[in-house]
Design a protein around this ligand. Structure first.
Ligand SMILES: *Cc1c(COP(=O)(O)O)cnc(C)c1O
Length: 427
């Protein structure tokens, strides 16, 4: 703040708001806000973060270099950010019951990379879920670092049930004797039995890493079996069901903490993003509230209702339904590809993503399915009545002979539905 009567000496460009300094960019951000406000967001990996998290993420902590860890930094002036990082760590430990926490990974992928870097040597073998059955790039995709540096064995879903087959995973573990078993998925609609994974890992002397990126919010609300107590390592993103900033976290058993901290810094990263760590601290505080738990419960209830209505409307779901926040629709029977359905829904104001279904005959750029999730709409306030209307709009939009006038009508219904749920009215 300039004192009254004293002209600030910083350059005007330095002081100008974004709208003045860079009107083109400001306009793009305004248009993206408008897009988020005016579409029904059903991408299962997305969410709307709270105003508090947005504020922390946009704070002056972005200015601070803090290589190292609280109390042991390579820069001066870290007294405040030390407190911020310790607060994030303490809150994360208490939220998930973790023994050791590292809040510095920039994303879910870098969290996974750090665990592999700490635990494995190049060429060591891992057992993880196939990308085409719902796993993640970092679980061993050929051209990902994980597929190039490690010897990857993979398990998929049962062709009949569309579910994990734990007996088969156990056999694969016996056969391949991996050093690390990876559990967790990006597109699996059912609860995962982490205790069974832990028993399998113990029986072959492997370590277990659970990547709970998608379900962390449900775990925090005790709506999904807990991976933290039974795993050596748990990684997560903070921006999916957990509704925090776009980032990652690693939790592990106490004895593995030193190795993880060394792998993150200086092993893989330089300075931590202190503004994002602050936003994670805010997210962990909010995730410990009754309101958050209630919202996660509603997220699951919304997914269950949507799944039920889509099935009644003739859409097949992989595994026949959902236990969590997402479902995977197989569109083969209704004669649409994933790309076509994604586009059709986009035209009426609903955002989803095309997604391979297990044993998909179509390439990843086309696919036979779409993934649909309820975290974002639930954060926005949707409950059963809005899910009924959303299901009806989706079924009409995907129906065989829809014409342009009908699409326009559906777009109108989307607008009407969203009008009752203003997004970030302060912006
Ligand atoms: C989203 C996701 C990640 C990666 O997150 P990014 O932050 O995009 O790197 C990792 N694992 C799983 C299972 C995910 O779903």
């Amino acid at each position: 703040m300039a004192r009254p009567g004293i002209e600030p000496k910083t350059q005007p460009e330095f002081r100008a708001p974004l709208a003045e300094a860079d009107p083109d960019l400001a306009e793009m951000i305004r248009r993206e806000l408008e897009r988020q406000r005016s579409t029904i967001e059903l991408i299962a990996s997305e969410n709307f973060t709270s105003r508090a998290v947005l504020e922390a993420a946009a704070s002056v902590l972005t200015n601070k270099y803090a290589e190292g860890y609280p109390g042991a930094r390579y820069y001066g002036g870290c007294e405040v950010v030390d407190e911020v990082e310790n607060l994030a760590i303490t809150r994360c430990k208490s939220l998930f019951g973790a023994e050791h926490v590292n809040v510095q990974p920039h994303s879910g992928s870098s969290a996974n990379q750090a665990v592999y870097f700490a635990e494995l040597a190049v060429g060591d073998s891992i057992l993880a879920m196939k990308l085409t059955h719902g796993g993640h790039l970092t679980h061993g995709m050929k051209i990902n670092f994980s597929g190039r540096y490690y010897h990857v064995h993979s398990y998929g879903l049962d062709r009949e049930t569309g579910r994990l087959n734990y007996d088969e995973i156990e056999e694969l573990a016996r056969e391949h004797q991996p050093r690390l078993i990876v559990a967790g998925a990006s597109a699996y609609p059912r609860s995962i039995d982490f205790e069974r994974f832990a028993r399998i890992a113990r029986s072959v002397g492997a370590r277990l890493m659970v990547d709970m990126a998608h379900i962390a919010g449900l775990v925090a609300a005790e709506l999904h079996p807990d991976p933290v107590a039974v795993s050596d390592y748990v990684t997560t993103t903070t921006h999916k069901t957990l509704a925090g900033p776009r980032s990652g976290v690693i939790m592990c058993k106490r004895g593995l903490g030193k190795g993880i901290d060394k792998a993150v810094f200086p092993g893989l990263q330089g300075g931590p993003l202190m503004h994002i760590i602050a936003a994670k601290a805010a997210c962990f505080k909010l995730a410990a509230t009754d309101e958050f738990r209630e919202r996660q419960r509603q997220t699951v209830a919304n997914a269950a209702l949507l799944a039920k209505r889509l099935k009644e409307g003739g859409i097949q779901l992989v595994s026949g339904g959902t236990d969590n926040h997402l479902m995977l629709a197989d569109l083969t029977d209704i004669g649409l590809t994933g790309v076509e359905a994604e586009k059709r829904l986009e035209e009426v104001g609903i955002t989803v993503n095309k997604n391979a279904v297990p044993y998909d005959p179509l390439p990843a750029t086309v696919t036979s399915g779409i993934r649909i999730g309820t975290p974002a709409v639930t954060s926005r306030g949707f409950r059963e009545p809005e899910m009924e209307e959303t299901a009806a709009i989706i079924l009409s939009a995907l129906s065989r002979n829809i014409n342009e006038a009908e699409k326009k009508k559906l777009r109108g219904r989307v607008n009407e539905l969203l009008a009752g749920f203003p997004l970030y009215p302060h912006l």
